[in-house]
Design a protein around this ligand. Structure first.
Ligand code: ADP
Ligand code: ASP
Ligand code: MG
Length: 406
């Protein structure tokens, strides 16, 4: 007997038949003698619709009321799944975040889980009752509903698995595992049997939306075994695990991309100490996250161009802040460009092997793709390129690193 957490994403609960399909899968685990807690997302498209309703009423909405609205999608699916389980003869009860409760900090719309009260559901699970828990939502210090950021049900599931000391957290989705890159873009992408926490964390933070970044952080911290698998097939999934559990390490394990990028260039900024601080200080104060940065060395004239990236959502705010401070910063011109994408290659093998970046630059140049900004860390290389080359670049890199499926 094992204790398992099963999480089903939006497409997996997208209509009534799919919810019945989920109930069948849960029932099979219960009949195999396991204790089961299920975490579900809203039906696909529902959260987008709710977010859009808020935007239509108030573009700069109050985050508490936004959470009150967007958390409701999950209330529908927990109730429907509990009903479907009961119809299938399985003892089940639904739980909203506040009912357990799942406590979070007060950062409405992007809250972090702090604690999960599990005594009641553990007792009921031991009596054979399935707990159907709403993903994405929690209870803030002000006793109001919070949400965990888009894709947050993954984090709810991993946090619940950690709190329940579950043997495994199965994330059921519309692909049958973690691939070398988004299988929707590269048909030759290969499914990985295993991937390290670290690589998954990099991939998720660099744009692979198969798991929310925080869910991977949480799994790594609490050593939760996470498996990504399909809710529509029985194919074995991908296990996220420690590096020493992987015998054959690949040099590069994957390629991720993010379209949520925008580039800002400040033309002719003075090249003297303190300038970077005076530019990035006000951006930090305005809660704008800066990611990639390049600055050229000035030649004689004492002025240089400074280029950096922010998320598309932050672009307007960043431009406003920098325009307001133009006098003090003393640059000549601000050029903003949101027609960009960040493409990254990831692999723990890079720590011990040279040449990974070079392969990337060559493959892109062979396709005539210009690299605008580069950034690297121990296990990844990222480049910023024009958005229209997204597919071309990812496919070329996938081939260049020998990752194409036969
Ligand atoms: P869910 O609704 O189940 O949470 P998501 O849409 O959030 O599902 O995540 C699954 C999607 O992630 C897939 O449909 C796929 O297009 C995308 N994806 C991006 N990168 C990868 C990758 N490396 N491996 C698998 N899927 C990926
Ligand atoms: N329903 C939420 C969203 O669409 C949470 C999730 O699906 O993980 O972002
Ligand atoms: Mg998701």
């Amino acid at each position: 007997m094992a204790r398992i957490v099963m999480k089903f994403g939006g497409t997996s609960v997208g209509d009534i038949d799919r919810i019945k399909n989920v109930a069948r899968r849960v029932k099979a685990e219960v009949e195999a003698g396991n204790e089961v807690a299920v975490v579900v997302s809203a039906m696909s498209g529902e959260t987008n619709k709710l977010v859009d309703f808020c935007r239509q009423i108030a573009p700069l909405h109050d985050a508490r009321e936004y959470d009150a609205v967007v958390s409701t999608g999950e209330q529908v699916t927990i109730g429907l799944l509990a009903l479907a389980l009961q119809e299938a003869g399985v003892n089940a009860r639904s739980w909203m975040g506040w009912q357990l409760p799942i406590r979070t900090d007060g950062a409405h719309s992007k809250a972090r889980i702090t604690t999960i009260e599990t005594d009641t559901i553990i007792e009921r699970m031991s009596q054979g009752q399935v707990a159907v828990v709403a993903g994405f939502q929690g209870l803030g210090p002000d006793n109001r509903v919070t949400t965990l950021g888009r894709g947050g049900s993954d984090t709810s599931a991993v946090a619940l698995a950690a709190a329940l000391k579950a043997d495994i957290c199965d994330i059921y989705t519309d692909v049958d595992g973690v691939y070398t890159t988004d299988p929707r873009i590269v048909s030759k992408a290969r499914k990985l049997d295993k991937i390290t926490y670290e690589e998954m964390l990099e991939s998720a933070s660099l744009g692979a939306k198969v798991l929310q970044v925080r869910s991977v952080e949480m799994a790594m911290k609490h050593n939760v075994r996470v498996q990504v698998r399909s809710s529509f097939s029985d194919a074995p999934g991908t296990l996220i695990c420690d590096e020493d559990e992987i015998v054959e390490k690949e040099l590069v394990s994957g390629i991720a991309y993010s379209r949520d990028e925008a580039k800002i260039t400040l033309v002719k900024v003075a090249d003297r100490p303190g300038v970077a601080a005076s530019i990035f200080g006000p951006l930090t104060d305005a809660n704008v996250n800066v990611d990639m940065i390049v600055q050229n060395v000035s030649h004689g004239g004492g002025a240089t161009d400074l280029t950096f990236t922010v998320t598309k959502t932050d672009l307007e705010r960043a431009v406003q802040v920098l325009t307001d401070a133009k006098e003090t910063l003393g640059y000549q011109e601000l050029v903003a460009d949101s027609n960009v994408v960040k493409v990254s290659v990831i692999g723990v093998g890079m720590r011990s092997h040279a040449g990974v970046a070079q392969t990337m630059f060559q493959a892109l140049s062979a396709k005539g793709i210009n690299i605008q900004v580069i950034s690297t860390s121990e296990i990844k290389v990222s480049v910023l390129i024009a958005e229209e080359y997204t597919e071309l670049a990812i496919r070329a890199l996938h081939t260049a690193y020998g990752m194409d499926a036969a």
